[in-house]
Design a protein around this ligand. Structure first.
Ligand SMILES: [Zn+2]
Length: 304
């Protein structure tokens, strides 16, 4: 699970934001929670029935796509294509956030409709370290979220990924035992099924090998001293043109590898390889020769 940038009014189209705000105001004007929840549901189901709604949500979707992680990946699982507009805080429980842009992200269908659904947890009482799972269509007893909101905090600041087992865990420094942060991490892992979806866990483990291979190729290409070595470093693909200067060919191949890294699923694995003390010595040496590939510090602890 990766962080997303905060919604920036300067980059979001005014017309789309105004459209969302107008609908939200109608929901907020309803007298009680039940009416607000019903209104949010009906407004959501009919959001693209008018031409104005269709145009606004085409812009919303486009904007969210640009903000999604990697090559259009779901920020929750980091594996599948991000296709669905997902409410971080479910609209059935938080109708006041149903048309709030900062509550949206693009998630994959599996995460959205197979795991997260309307699930959420809050701290009760607010400010405590005791979290409570929310029941369906019940007004939450608190607005103090016990779930990592990827637009408000960096999941990788609170979580660690053990790239050998492929499992996420609470960061011992930023989310120690008994803390609110640890409870947030545990709820997030459980609600999204981050550690119980076998295919996901296996793919994280396999991602290590892919990143390792790309890193090794990158360093070998960088260190090649002639066209023959360059050809060997790239495994004969893409083909090397001996008539083109070595440095030019090198730059072409290095940018190919950088593009491949940017397209890989499970970018959190890449972050962990760079920041984990358990990364093997050989890989550390390669990393030392390819410092420019480091995703840190942007994705390590501090929120971008
Ligand atoms: Zn997903």
């Amino acid at each position: 699970m990766l962080p997303l940038t905060k919604i920036d009014a300067a980059t979001w189209p005014d017309s789309a934001l105004q459209h969302l705000q107008a609908i939200q105001a109608e929901i907020d004007a309803c007298a009680d929670f039940d009416l607000r929840a019903k209104k949010a549901d009906s407004k959501w189901n009919s959001k693209t029935r008018s031409q104005a709604g269709e145009q606004a949500f085409a812009k919303v979707r486009e904007q969210l796509k640009q903000e999604s992680v990697g090559a259009g990946l779901c920020c929750y699982c980091e594996q599948n294509e991000a296709t669905d507009i997902e409410h971080v805080l479910p609209k059935s429980l938080f109708p006041g956030q149903a048309f709030a842009a900062h509550n949206y992200l693009l998630a994959c269908k599996t995460c959205n409709t197979g795991h997260k659904l309307d699930k959420m947890a809050v701290f009760v009482p607010s400010g405590s370290a005791v979290s409570q799972s929310l029941g369906r269509q019940e007004e939450p007893a608190s607005q103090d979220m016990a779930f990592i909101h990827p637009r408000k905090e960096n999941p990788l600041a609170l979580m660690l990924l053990d790239w050998k087992t492929g499992l996420f865990a609470a960061h011992p420094k930023t989310a120690p035992a008994g803390s609110r942060e640890k409870q947030k991490v545990l709820n997030t892992i459980e609600i999204l099924g981050l550690n119980t979806r076998d295919a996901l866990v296996n793919c994280r483990q396999n991602a290590v090998k892919d990143y390792q291979r790309l890193l090794r190729e990158y360093v070998n290409i960088k260190q090649a001293t002639n066209h023959k070595e360059l050809d060997e470093a790239s495994g004969g693909h893409p083909e090397i043109d001996p008539s083109v200067p070595l440095a030019t060919e090198q730059q072409r191949l290095l940018s190919c590898i950088r593009a491949q890294i940017a397209r890989q699923p499970h970018p959190a694995v890449w972050v962990e390889i760079w920041r984990s003390p358990a990364t093997p010595k050989k890989m550390r040496e390669w990393m030392g020769d390819a410092q420019e590939l480091s995703p840190l510090p942007g994705l390590s602890i501090t929120f971008k």
